[in-house]
Design a protein around this ligand. Structure first.
Ligand SMILES: [Fe+2]
Ligand SMILES: [Fe+2]
Length: 165
């Protein structure tokens, strides 16, 4: 690949990170009673999202949905098999409880994401039913069609799940 391609992917990662960071900062600004600063963080976050999307598109990383599902499965699989296990081990070694908890939750949820993507790939073109997904706001667990009574990964109440259409 080219230097420009590598730079696009580096910039994509940085802008994506800025989007999430500013979104978290906005929530904190709201909690501290600074609604205008919260709005600025949210507006800048949207701007970074525009940049991230443009870089990703310019890098030609958006393919057909079949290829995109394959890429998503590969990414989730990498997180489950290669990325999180050593991170969990490092966090346990350091007795960094919050990191251990955060990594372990994500690790368990990525397995579910991978399975959902695999099912979607297996039925691509033959699956005709359209339904909603429900997401746990605490750990990111995803369930099709309806929310569970409580999250099977983190135990969060299902009534807090949000619907994604
Ligand atoms: Fe995931
Ligand atoms: Fe959860």
């Amino acid at each position: 690949m080219s230097k420009a391609y590598d730079d696009l992917m580096t910039a994509f990662a940085g802008e994506s990170r800025a989007n999430r960071k500013y979104t978290a900062f906005a929530k904190q600004a709201d909690a501290e009673g600074f609604p205008q600063v919260a709005r600025l963080f949210r507006a800048a976050a949207e701007g970074e999202a525009v940049h991230a999307a443009a870089h990703f598109k310019a890098a030609n990383e958006i393919k057909t949905t079949k290829e995109n599902l394959e890429a998503a499965i590969e990414g989730e699989h990498y997180e489950v098999v290669e990325m999180y296990p050593p991170m969990i081990a490092d966090a346990q070694e350091e007795k960094y409880a919050a990191a251990t908890k955060s990594f372990t939750r994500a690790w368990n949820v990525e397995k579910v994401h991978e399975a959902l993507y695999k099912a979607a790939l297996d039925t691509l073109g033959t699956q005709t039913e359209v339904y909603d997904y429900w997401v746990c706001p605490h750990c990111g667990f995803v369930q099709a069609k309806n929310a569970p009574d409580k999250c099977p990964v983190c135990g969060h109440p299902g009534s807090d799940f949000f619907k994604v259409v």
